[in-house]
Structure formats: C-alpha cells, structure tokens
Design a protein around this ligand. Sequence first.
Ligand code: PLP
Length: 444
Amino acid sequence: MENLIELDKKHFIHPTSSIQQQQEKGAKVIFEQGEGIYLTDKNGNAYIDAMSSLWNVNIGHGRKELAEAAAKQMEKLAFSSAFSTFSHEPAIKLAEKIASIAPGHLNAVFFTSGGSESNDSAIKLVRHYWRIQDQPNRRKIISLKRGYHGVAAGSTSATGIPEFWGMAGHMMTDFTHAESPYESSTEQAIASLRQVIEADGAEKVAAVLVEPVQGAGGVLIPPDDYLQEVKNVCEEYGVLFILDEVITGFGRTGKMFGMENWGVVPDMITFAKGVTSGYFPLGGVVVSDHIHEVLKEKSKGTLFHGFTYSGHPAAAAVGLRNIEIIEQENLVENSRKMGSFMLEGFRKLKGNLDIVGEVRAVGLLGAVELVQDPVTNKHFSPDLQVAAQVIEALHERGVICRAVSYGDSDIICFAPPIIIDENQVNTMLEKLHDSILTVQKQLG
Ligand code: PLP
C-alpha cells in the first residue's frame, strides 16, 4: 500500500486533481473492487458510490455480463478499423440501437471515445454542415455559463466554468456564453441568448450547445419551459441546436435521454458515460435525418475527422449489452422511481436541518445546496468550504460524493447507480443527514 502511494506520487499525473495535494497527502483512496452501488478500497473499506464514479457507472459495478461481452468480442475481433468505410457488426448494431432509442429524427451516429471528443466532433460537424452549404461564416458556438462540455480544444472553449480556461488560455475562437437559466428566469436567460446570437449577427452562429441539466455546474435543472424556448429561438434564427446528453443519457434522469423530460428534440446530441456504464471508453454524436441528408448530398470526398477508436468493436459490444440490461431490468423506470424517493428524502432533510437550502432532482440526478440562511438564501463565505466539509464527513461515513463550489454556492451532487433500491437510498440519506448535522454543529 505504502509502495503504491509512493509510486502514484512519482509517476501518475491525475486528471482534474491537485498535483500539490497528491504530493503532500498521497492518493486519497486506492480502489480495488466494485459491486453494485459499492466500491471497496485496498484496505477493505466499502463506500457507496453516490456519484456513479463520474456520473457514468449507470448499471453499477461488477456486472459480469459486460465483462463477458468485452471478452467475447475481444476474442473474436478485438479491433479493426472503421476508417475508409471499413465496418464491423458491433458498431453497426450499436448505431442502430442508439438510433432506435433516441427520440424522433436522431438516427445517425458518429462514434468517439468519450464526452470531450463527442463535443469537439459535434462542433466540427456543425461548422462543416454550414461550410458545405456555402455558409462558412457560421462558426460561432453559443453555450451557457456554468456549462461543462469537456477538456479538448472545442469542448474546453464551450465550457462555461472559467477555471477550465486557466490552464492554457482559450483554446479556440468563436465561442460565447449566454446566461444559464439557473442564475435567472427563462425569460432573462432567453433574452441573454438572443443578445448573444445577435451580437455579431445570427448569420455568424453555427449552433447553440447546452446540457439538458447542467451537471458539473451543480446539477442545475432548467425551468420547465427553458429548453423548448431555446429550440424556438434556434429555429427562429436558423441556428442548429445541440444537446449534450453526456451525463443525462441512458436512464440517468428517469428517461432514456434527459431531453425527454421536457419533450424537446434537438438537431444533434452528444453522448458518452452511461452508454457503456463506464466499462469501456465510448461516446458519440447522433445527428438528425436532415443533417445526415445534407452530409450525404454535399459532403464531398473524405470527411477528415475520425478517431482510431471511433466505433471500437469491444466498446460497441459492451455498449449494446449495457443498453440491453437497462431495458431488460427496467432501469429507466427504477431511476425515475428512486429519483422521486431520493428527492422526497432531500426535502425531509431540508425540514430537519438548518443549513439545507434548495434541493432538487430529476431521476437519479440531484443536488442539495447548503446555505447559511435558507429563508433569505444567504450563502456561506467560500472560506468556510462548507460543501467540502460535508463531502469529507460523508467520506468518513463511507459515501463518495462530489461538491460543487461555484462562486459562493455550496452544492452536494448526487447521481448514484440507477440500480439503487429503496433501502440503499435510505442509507445514503441517513449518512447525508448525519454528515450535514455534524458540519452544522461545527459551524455553530
Ligand atoms: N459533457 C458533459 C455534460 C460532461 O459532464 C462531461 C464530463 O463530465 C463531458 C462532456 C466530457 O466527457 P469526458 O470526460 O468523457 O471527455
């Protein structure tokens, strides 16, 4: 164990982590095993994985069916190219399956290895879509403040959380950010969107890219009319509408895709994470019939965009089996039911604890805000790091969770595996209650 911590410090640069903290304190936990909603570390401590790790292990840990699907495909054909119109059955079948579960006209799939690559692909595809229709000036991508779309060049630029721009500066040009409806009303957020579209002229805008629920921004659930209004504005200005379903896809929100909660179908979606429940890196873009028609008709020569692992056979086989399990075990319905149950529990916490502010959830994607005064919604001073303290208290009680401290807000996010049952939700809530109460007492 000691040795692993030293080797970790010496050789492993972690993603989205403090390098200094790693060097001072070593790896926080070294996980060894996963089973259902639980993770176990090298010392035998068990934790509830209340975030499905990175909002992705939707069907839970330790599913042998997915390991078998990968092994079977690897033995038969571990890899072959999908470039230059080469193809293979797992990718064809997964594309067909995704087309069949994605709403409406979303029927053609471009595969990637994750969410960032998916958003970068979507950004390049919409610009290409306009170029081949003789509108090369339509380049601008509009996303939202507090939106998170990944860390590749385009997706970093689309991300509306300024911390992500610090490392290397702005990555690409022609990106702007409109107000999130969370910080304002639908009316104000739509007015901001119009203003941003009109700033340099709508004829320069390629697409609007938003998450159905802003996940990393703090599980910000939009007002009921917001996404439909965004779609209306996009149609009015002739701009494409992309929804980033990377977190919200594959049952997370009590529907197969997040957009179904609001009955909105965009021109394009991006997906990743839950498509394989994290058992294999895989993501993609699904485009509308119309966009596909334009590409078929006007995209001449080679489309110079493709990843070595676009449509990886073993990833595709795992994705197919994962979606089959979601369907066979009615996990979308379970996510809806357990999500309501979790939200009810959050509301009870709010009744019982002095520092719980707004609580919210859609399916098993939820958040609890911590505030100094729930009546006036006065936030704590960021110096107190209240959300981080609660995360630490949860950790001590065997729950792994995630805090978002944006500005002076303290938000605890929840996205447990969608296989979770009532007893397990209750245990998670009890531990949350105890953790918040402990921190509340310490704050005096
Ligand atoms: N889009 C959203 C909404 C996400 O939450 C994430 C990751 O958390 C991404 C894109 C980026 O995905 P990846 O980390 O797989 O590149």
